[in-house]
Design a protein around this ligand. Structure first.
Ligand SMILES: Cc1cc2nc3c(=O)[nH]c(=O)nc-3n(C[C@H](O)[C@H](O)[C@H](O)COP(=O)(O)OP(=O)(O)OC[C@H]3O[C@@H](n4cnc5c(N)ncnc54)[C@H](O)[C@@H]3O)c2cc1C
Length: 375
């Protein structure tokens, strides 16, 4: 009998647990550990902030869902891993002390590195959890005129919610007939093209932004914030009346002492999703060291690959499933300018770009599918 521990109850951890439960016989023990019993569907947090869906629509109870799939659930905070003793140190929660494992899947996502931007905590809204999205929603309700600035900090690697927020705010004021009362600016440490990695997608997006009179400020890397101004590391300053930023993000600190991370704390894995230099440990999702943006569908695919290979390993076989690093994203403009982008990051193949109302609808259907299949 093998004792498999999965750390993290996000897209990566949940899918890894589900796939392992399907592939391993009942004699094996699968346990998922996460700090909260709630799964959060992050792609819907922009809609939550704009009051287009409710708190209950964007999360579900993991314990209940996991139990239905014969996976044990433990609500606890992971402190760090001891790969020599094959134990996970738990800081606090339903269990304390050390949890032993035979095999481990690390899926703890990323950590907010807000300390890198002076004034971030006090002056910026963000969308990295449900409560912050609701708080940002309240600020949107109070915002009547002036300049809204949305953007990414260096190391965020998450452009989608920034563009969706800008489109949503523009539409809100267009519908009220008050669009001329506000100015919307998107700031980025990169350019639109380098964020999306595809010229055609960047052109389509820039055109859609122009239609809504949303301006972009490229190569603007935020260094510090005050109550009404953002200063770039270059010294340039942008003033704002409403600010939402995706903070700098880094790898989970629980992996720090394993000697397996890159400079930003992300875990190095091979194409089977095995952690390089460690036995019996896989890593999946936002926590891994791959190029490009970090997206939910990547976490899902990596979890599927890891679960298949781990099931083979437990049965004494070689890995059979390979991960290909692809980017698939939808930027929901809430209308006919919504954009779908698919690009293989590891090859030089040209990207596929589609545009139309369908993609806005498809994104919502995907959320509904997750809700239905996990509640
Ligand atoms: C606002 C927003 C919008 C997004 N929009 C899109 C989109 O449109 N399309 C898309 O593809 N992707 C989108 N993403 C990205 C996507 O949500 C992530 O790529 C995805 O959530 C990664 O899944 P994960 O399981 O690796 O990490 P997470 O979802 O972050 O899950 C990590 C889990 O580990 C738990 N955890 C972390 N540390 C500990 C600890 N020390 N102890 C115990 N538990 C811990 C967390 O509570 C969480 O349950 C968006 C993200 C955000 C924030």
């Amino acid at each position: 009998m093998a004792n498999v521990l999965i750390l993290g109850g996000g897209f990566a951890g949940v899918v890894a647990a589900e796939r392992l439960a399907q592939q391993l016989s009942a004699e094996h023990n699968i346990t998922l550990v996460s700090r909260s019993r709630n799964f959060v569907f992050y792609p819907a947090l922009v809609r939550l902030a704009f009051g287009k869906c409710k708190k209950d629509d964007v999360s579900f109870d993991l314990r209940h869902t996991m139990m239905n799939r014969r996976v044990n659930f433990v609500e606890a905070e992971v402190a760090h891993i001891d790969p020599f003793e094959r134990k996970v140190n738990i800081a606090h929660g339903e269990v304390e002390g050390k949890l032993p494992y035979d095999y481990l899947i690390f899926a703890l996502g990323r950590r907010l590195a807000t300390e890198r931007i002076t004034g971030f905590y006090e002056h910026a809204h963000h969308l990295l959890n449900v409560d912050k999205a609701i708080k940002f929603g309240k600020a949107i309700e109070q915002f009547r005129e002036g300049r809204a600035v949305f953007g990414q900090c260096l190391g965020a690697r998450l452009p989608v919610p920034v563009y969706e927020t800008a489109f949503a705010l523009s539409r809100l004021f267009e519908e009220r007939g008050e669009r001329d009362r506000i100015r919307i600016t998107i700031v980025s440490p990169d350019t639109v093209e380098s964020e999306l990695g595809a010229v055609r997608a960047a052109l389509a997006l820039t055109k859609a932004l122009d239609v809504h009179q949303i301006e972009t400020l490229s190569n603007f890397s935020i260094g510090s914030l005050t109550q009404n101004s953002a200063t770039a590391t270059s010294g340039d300053v942008v003033n704002f009346d409403l600010l939402m930023l995706i903070p700098p993000l880094r790898g989970s600190s629980a992996a720090h002492y394993m000697g397996v991370t890159d400079d930003d704390g992300y875990i190095k894995v091979d194409w089977t999703m095995r952690v390089i230099g460690q036995e019996r440990i896989y890593a999946v999702g936002d926590c891994v060291s791959f190029a490009g943006p970090k997206l939910g569908h990547m976490a899902v695919r990596q979890a599927e690959v890891a679960a298949t290979n781990l099931a083979e390993e437990i049965d004494g076989h070689e890995p059979v499933s390979h991960y290909d690093h692809e980017m698939r994203l939808v930027i929901d403009e809430s209308g006919s300018d919504s954009i779908y982008l698919h690009k293989d990051i590891w090859t030089d193949e040209p990207a596929t770009v589609r545009q139309g109302r369908f993609w806005s609808w498809a994104k919502r259907v995907q959320q509904r599918y997750w809700e239905m299949s996990h509640s």
